[in-house]
Design a protein. Structure first.
Length: 84
């Protein structure tokens, strides 16, 4: 999700496209790398204020708590940034 990392216009387009709802189920995968990439993508998208509401409304909170309890260290660090 490098497109969302560097450009606000990309973050807006990706958020508007419905990608957030697609990322949430990936947080529940048993594959820790998949979890990490999903958390990182959400972190990058959350850099745009409007996307924070999309992430919350998509039901990400419960999924992010799951990753905090069971995910990789990098995922946990990124997740704390998403919530800020």
């Amino acid at each position: 999700m490098q497109l969302a990392k560097k450009r606000a216009d990309n973050r807006a387009l990706i958020g508007e496209s419905g990608a957030v709802a697609t990322l949430i189920p990936l947080l529940w995968y048993s594959d820790l790398w998949t979890q990490e990439h999903a958390v990182t993508a959400l972190l990058n998208l959350s850099l745009l204020e409007e996307n924070k509401a999309l992430i919350t409304n998509a039901g990400a909170v419960k999924s992010l708590i799951y990753v905090l309890k069971r995910g990789m260290k990098t995922s946990k660090q990124n997740e704390v940034l998403v919530s800020c």
